[in-house]
Design a protein around this ligand. Structure first.
Ligand code: 6LW
Length: 515
């Protein structure tokens, strides 16, 4: 039986939401405080996804400055109705609360509109268009009477599409299959006259699950689907390759099948570093409701192909080298909290990438001179050929393994007052920097490299010969240790106390599935 490999979108791309228009599927995932925000991917077969653009690509749309990397844009839903694409999303601001925003576009590649703030409490907003064209907004908020209902409440109001505001009464829909189990991520679907409310329960980690309720009328009353959870890996042992599955969104294919995108993780010895990734699972509708993974009951690393989809070519595992030849960075690169194209940009003519050294450290909640891409394979190598253009004390530039602003590691070129040049490995933990090693460098242009695997990230310098600078155990970068919602990003950065100086990166290479 022809199969495809899961995850279909590897690396930190959580909270997937999907819609189809004709032969085209569009997927949106959370990017938190990374900018541009809310990446949109496109596919024709559900298996092979390419970046299409971002919902948030202008700082005037959303301000992410001051936010931790795991705050920002959370758990969007994408829908299409009568020629317009809609995205609703939470802007989470730590303890300062969250707000809900609606974006629209006629082309999902963009441009997307400025956001419209919706008067909606809570997180994980979603939209459902009923047969009569009415649009129903759902989300998850703290329940008014948690001692009776459990803490989480899924609620609904009508969205007036013309005025772009919520209208009419608020309906409390459901408190989850198990009260107190943090019901969230609601999405509504209608099948054979019945409304199915699909939700997540158990939190986004080990106990994560897909649960469901159903109703005869869109506003309820909803009754728990007694088969809940419909999908979970919470009962599976440590040997299970995929964990934490949940946060499902469903889509029908032109061939008449239904598939779900869910988030899941691939842990090693109980911790994961690649973040929450997008997995694709078949769904079968029965008169009892949707059955997830009907043949296997689980989300596998390999699944049967959707009907009518040709077998995708096997991943070639070849290194991807970016020479930064285009006028702008490719869509896989991202910065933090705002545009970085004035700080990190390809050099036309000369080639390579210029990094304008910035006083903003990686540990700040601003926009450092930093660009990165999600780490997508546990065993991988990232390397870059880097030079400080006019080295001076206080300057540093190089590679970064970034989990969050309080936890990351850098392998940087530096220069001392006496002109001694070194490559220095530094780990930042809870905001405290520790120098883990240094090797002298003689060449002006040096390869800085990191090899990651199950056990560690090992940092090397190639300066004529290859020398090892040091290594950091992999779980240091895991979400379990770091907290928050993101996986590791691999990137390039440059800082200097004065904000003066420049680094040049001739190329950046990512080698997947290194032996
Ligand atoms: C998101 C919630 C969740 O809002 O994690 O896995 C939160 N589920 O639905 C942040 O991604």
């Amino acid at each position: 039986m022809p199969t495809f490999s899961n995850p279909v979108l590897p690396g930190s791309r959580p909270d997937p939401s999907i819609c189809r228009v004709g032969a085209d599927y569009y997927l949106v995932t959370s990017a938190f405080a990374y900018f541009p925000g809310l990446p949109v991917h496109h596919s024709r077969d559900l298996v092979d996804w390419t970046p299409l653009g971002h919902v948030v690509d202008r700082p005037s749309q959303v301000s992410l400055t001051g936010l931790d990397v795991s705050d920002g844009l959370w758990a969007a839903t994408i829908r299409h109705h009568e020629g317009t694409f809609y995205v609703v999303v939470t802007l989470a601001r730590g303890r300062r609360g969250s707000t809900t925003h609606l974006f629209t576009a006629s082309d999902p590649a963009g441009p997307w509109s400025d956001p419209v703030a919706l008067d909606a409490e809570g997180i994980d907003p979603s939209l459902f268009f009923d047969d009569d064209g009415r649009c129903w907004f759902t989300a998850c908020r703290d329940a008014a009477e948690p001692e009776e209902t459990g803490p989480g409440e899924l609620w609904m109001r009508e969205l007036d599409l013309h005025r772009q505001e919520l209208t009419g009464p608020t309906y409390a829909l459901w408190y989850g299959a198990v009260r107190g189990a943090w019901v969230e991520a609601p999405h509504l679907y209608k099948r054979d006259g019945v409304y199915h409310l699909i939700a997540a329960e158990g939190g986004t980690e080990h106990h994560h699950a897909v649960t469901a309720a159903r109703a005869e009328s869109v506003t309820g009353p909803y009754t728990t689907d007694p088969r809940s959870p419909l999908l979970t890996h919470r009962h599976r042992g440590a040997a299970e390759p995929v964990h934490n599955v949940g946060h499902a969104d469903l889509v029908d294919t032109p061939a008449g099948e239904t598939w779900a995108v869910v988030l899941g993780t691939r842990p090693t010895d109980g911790t994961h570093t690649l973040g929450r990734e997008v997995f694709l699972v078949p769904v079968e509708w029965t008169d009892r409701g949707p059955v997830f993974a009907p043949e296997t009951g689980r989300v596998g690393l390999s699944e049967r192909l959707p009907a009518g989809v040709a077998a995708p070519p096997a991943p070639d595992g070849r290194p991807v080298r970016d020479d930064f030849a285009g006028p702008a960075l490719g869509p896989e690169w991202t910065g933090l909290r705002g545009p970085t194209d004035h700080l990190v940009f390809p050099l036309p003519g000369e080639g390579g990438l210029s990094i304008r050294l910035s006083p903003e450290p990686l540990s700040s909640t601003g926009t450092p001179a930093f660009v990165a891409r999600p780490q997508q394979h546990l065993r991988m190598r990232a390397a870059a050929l880097v030079r400080l253009t006019a080295p001076a004390p206080g300057q540093e530039a190089g590679l970064v393994v970034f989990q969050n602003e309080r936890r990351h590691a850098t392998l940087a070129l530096t220069v001392d007052g006496d002109g001694t040049r070194q490559a220095v490995l530094t780990a930042v933990d809870a905001g405290i920097s520790t120098r883990l090693g240094a090797v002298p460098v003689t060449g002006t242009e040096v390869v800085l490299a990191v090899d990651g695997d199950e056990a560690a990230y090992a940092f090397h310098v190639e300066d004529g010969a290859r020398s090892t600078v040091g290594s950091i155990e992999r779980p240091f970068f895991s979400t379990e240790r770091a907290g928050g919602f993101v996986g590791v990003h691999l990137g390039l950065y440059g800082t200097s106390g004065t904000g003066e100086g420049e680094a040049h990166v001739r190329w950046f290479e990512y080698v997947p599935d290194r032996d």
